[in-house]
Each structure stands twice: as C-alpha cells, then as structure tokens.
Design a protein around this ligand. Structure first.
Ligand code: NDP
Ligand code: 2IT
Length: 447
C-alpha cells in the first residue's frame, strides 16, 4: 500500500483493533486494491470514505443462556455485526462455531457488505453468530440454543432492518428453529430470516444456491478466459457442508470429476471420482464424519489432516470450508501440481500469502465475494417472493441465479480490464463493489 491516506487509515484500524486479525486481513485486502485507483478519486480522502466504510455501523454482543440435556446451565456469547445499511437492510448469515468471535464476524460482515452490492438487490451487509459448538449436540439442545439465541437477537431484526440467514453450523434446521421462535415472540410472519424451508416461506434453490452459484461463476470464467469448461477437469473441494456439497453436485453435472472432499477431521480421495450422493447422505442426512465414506468405498483413501487435501494434483481447487484454510504452503503445492484455477466458495479461504502465490504464477482466481454471492442472491429472491406473496419455480430461480453469476463475472472482469488489470478478479471485485458503496454513501450525505 503506497497511498498516505490509505496507510494512515489502515494503521488507525490496526491500533484500534490489534487483536482482530481476520478483520484487519479483510480490510487490508480491499485497501490494497483501492491503492491502485485512489489517485483518480481525491473525494475519497475529502469525505473520509474509507474510515466511514470500514467501521461497522453497529456491533451488538449479548449473552446466551440455555440448558443442555443433562440440565447443566450453559452460557455462550452471541453477536450481530450490522456493518452497513448503505444500500438496504443489513443482510448476512449467522455462524455457530467455537471459533466465532468479534474479529471473525467483523470480517464476514465487511465482506458481506461488498458482496451484497454485486447482486444489484437492495441489501446492506451484516453477520452474526455464536461460539456455540453444535457438534455432538442433540436435536433438542440445538433447538433450545436457537430459541435462547433468538430471545436476545430478535430485538435487532425485522424485514426492513436486518435479515439473517445461515452460514457454518446454521442450516435449514437451525433457521427453522430460529424463525419459529422469532415468529412466536413477535407475532409476525415476515421475511425477517431467509434460508427457510420452502414449506414455511423459503425459496426453492436457496439450499443449493451458493454451491451452484460458485460452479456457474467458475464455468463463466473458464469459458470467457480459457475457452474451456468443467468437462473432464479434476476438481478438489474442501469441506462437505452446504456450499461444498452443492458445488460438487453442480461440478459433476457440468462434467467435472470431484476427486477429493474433506471435513474438519480429514479428507477422502478417489482418482476415479467420488460418489457425491453418498457424501451427502453421510454428512447432511446422518451428520456423521466423512471418514464413514470408507465403509462404502474400500478403494477410496482417507487421510487425517484436512489441509493436506491441497497436496493432491488437480485442475481446479474449490476451497469451501472456512477462512484461511488455504495458506502459502498449500498454494505452492497446488501450483507445483499444475493447478489451473482456484475458486473460493468459503469466505476468505485463501490467506494473503496464498493469494500472492497464485497471482505470481498467473493462476486464474475466482474471489469469494463474487464467486460465493449466489447464496445471498437467492436470499434476496426469497425476500422478493415473500413481498409478492408468491413463489417462483425451481427452474426460474436457477436460471436467474446462473444469469446473475455471469453478470457478476462480467462486471468485475470489465472493472479489471478498465484499469489494465487483465484477469485480476480480486482487484476487479474489490474496486467494483467499493466504488458502488462509495457512490451510495456520497448520495446520502454525512450520516
Ligand atoms: P457448513 O456448516 O454447512 O459446512 C462447513 C464445512 O466446512 C464442514 O464440512 C466443516 O467440517 C468444514 N469446516 C468448518 N470449519 C472448519 C475448520 N475450522 N477447519 C476445517 N474444516 C472446517 O457451512 P457452509 O457450507 O454453509 O459454509 C462453508 C463456507 O462457505 C463458510 O466460509 C461460509 O461463510 C461460506 N458461505 C456460506 C454460504 C451459505 O449460503 N451457507 C454463502 C456464502 C458463503 P465439519 O463437518 O467437520 O464441521
Ligand atoms: O456468506 C454469505 O453470503 C452467507 N452466509 C449467506 C448470507 C445470506 O443472507 O443469505
């Protein structure tokens, strides 16, 4: 970063939030891109847009008290970061994972604000969650916790205020419990949460949207830049949750071969291609470890260390588990093994040094804010359908999703080209979304 104003701002945030390393990482990533265009925009400093955009509008933290199956009284921390309402109500998922803290949620909320601006729907950005660990909890405990969490969070929600959805550890089951309780205590049936089952007012394709959207984005990138497709490409996908599974299903449909997938304990590998339906049954329906795949396929291999998935040889890598899961060493392994493209399904899965390796070696890179925007896009469709008192068909939504992922690709690619950055989509996504938000900010004066 060269620009003095940007450097001062970054240093200010470093001093203010020295322990929030994920948040600092995500803002550094964006400021680095803005550094290349700020000379054309003196108004950024005049109106101090950087500090105004980086600082969340509101950070809410609360205590969640609940009772487990053994009648122990348990306490967890709950949060909602309402980052920006510049272009609409706060919108973004809830994460239940022991690693959740304010830094993680601030980075996620900041990135969500930029991501949501790509969708052309009126959605601001937010993120929330808890350090509650859903692993090993009974269904009753999950429901009890969701109710206790919502007992605090409901004060801050509303269809025109803040509309949460799912993220790690929060899927359709948890959204059902959260939404049911919200409805009970507010006596309102509104689109105050997305990701619901279609039976209770949710949208078709929301479950599939992030993974499918990632595959559509990568397919657009492959076609436009390399004149090729997923067909016959070997693909590694980390994670085996909502995003990873639906990415795998769509990659398979598009003719690619998924040779490895993981969970937080380890990864499975089969050069002949994995049975994605079996993984779905194991992980989604039975909520078991991915290792159980070996019970059904003796020829597959299982290794304990999930990060070693990146030592495999493949054409395409899709990190779909969590932040900073793909570091410099992993990136070097992928490059040495001839990787052609990396597409980020998770939020910030590649470390800054990992990204630098891919850039140095001209590896095609689909950055998360764009590549995983399909989930929140279909959340936006869910809000639209509720407002219309209507529901759209699977095919209609799927086609809209595909078309919008292609539009997002074009928008950020054009931005990169405009500034002679060729295929640097990391630059393209940061600059495109930042400029949009600054415009929205300046429209509204100093508020
Ligand atoms: P899920 O909870 O459904 O799945 C998460 C997967 O990642 C699981 O396989 C889990 O393994 C693995 N995982 C989680 N934490 C770690 C860790 N610390 N180390 C290794 N593996 C880990 O979550 P989603 O699929 O919804 O989310 C995955 C990523 O995609 C996240 O970064 C999320 O923010 C992002 N995302 C999600 C969207 C959505 O609509 N759901 C939208 C856009 C982005 P295990 O089973 O062992 O826990
Ligand atoms: O990171 C994300 O985009 C999500 N977890 C989905 C957010 C949403 O509101 O659907």
């Amino acid at each position: 970063m060269e620009n003095t104003y940007l450097k001062q701002q970054y240093e200010k945030f470093e001093k203010l939030y020295p322990n929030e390393k994920e948040y600092l990482q995500s803002i550094h990533d964006v400021l680095n891109s803005i550094d290349d265009i700020i000379e054309f925009h003196p108004e950024y400093e005049t109106f101090n847009v950087v500090e105004r955009l980086l600082e969340p509008e509101r950070v809410i933290s609360f205590k969640v008290t609940w009772i487990d199956d053994e009648k122990n009284v348990r306490v967890n921390r709950g949060y909602r970061v309402q980052h920006s309402s510049l272009i609409g109500p706060y919108k973004g998922g809830l994460r239940f994972h022991p690693s959740v803290n304010q830094s993680v949620l601030k980075f996620l909320a900041f990135d969500q604000t930029l991501k949501n601006s790509l969708t052309n729907l009126p959605m601001g950005g937010g993120k929330g969650g808890s350090d509650f660990n859903p692993k090993g909890k009974s269904d009753f405990e999950i429901m009890t916790f969701c109710h206790a969490f919502m007992r605090e969070l409901f004060h801050h929600l509303g269809e025109d205020v803040d509309v949460p959805a799912g993220d790690i550890g929060v899927g359709q089951r948890e959204i059902g419990y959260l939404y049911g309780y919200y409805k009970k205590i507010t006596n309102q049936v509104t689109s105050s949460m997305t990701g619901k089952d279609s039976l209770i007012g949710g949208s078709l394709v929301r479950r599939e949207a992030t993974g499918y959207g990632l595959a559509y984005f990568v397919e657009a990138l492959l076609g436009k830049i390399k004149n090729t497709t997923f067909k016959d490409k070997k693909v590694i996908i980390s994670g085996s949750g909502n995003v990873a599974l639906h990415a795998a299903l769509k990659v398979r449909e598009l003719g690619g071969k998924v040779i490895a997938m993981s969970d937080s304990s380890g990864f499975i590998h089969d050069e002949e291609g994995l049975d994605i339906d079996m993984i779905k049954t194991i992980k989604q329906e039975n909520r078991e470890r991915i290792k159980r795949y070996l019970d059904h396929y003796e020829n597959a291999q299982y290794k304990d260390e999930s990060s070693n998935i990146w030592t495999l040889k493949a054409d395409i890598a899709l990190p779909c588990a969590t932040q900073n899961e793909l570091d410099e060493t992993a990136a070097k392994h992928l490059v040495d093994n001839g990787i052609m493209l990396v597409g980020e399904g998770a939020n910030m899965p590649t470390t800054s040094k990992g990204k630098a390796v891919f850039k140095k070696h001209d590896i095609l890179f689909a950055p998360c804010k764009a590549a995983n925007a399909g989930g929140v896009l279909v959340s936006g469709f869910e809000i639209a359908q509720s407002a219309q008192f209507n529901s759209w068909s699977f095919d209609t939504i799927n086609e809209k999703l595909k078309a919008m992922m292609e539009t997002i690709f074009n928008d950020i690619h054009q931005t990169a080209k405009k500034y002679d950055k060729d295929t640097d989509l990391q630059f393209g996504v940061n600059v495109y979304s930042f400029q949009k938000l600054v415009q929205a900010m300046l429209e509204q004066g100093i508020v």
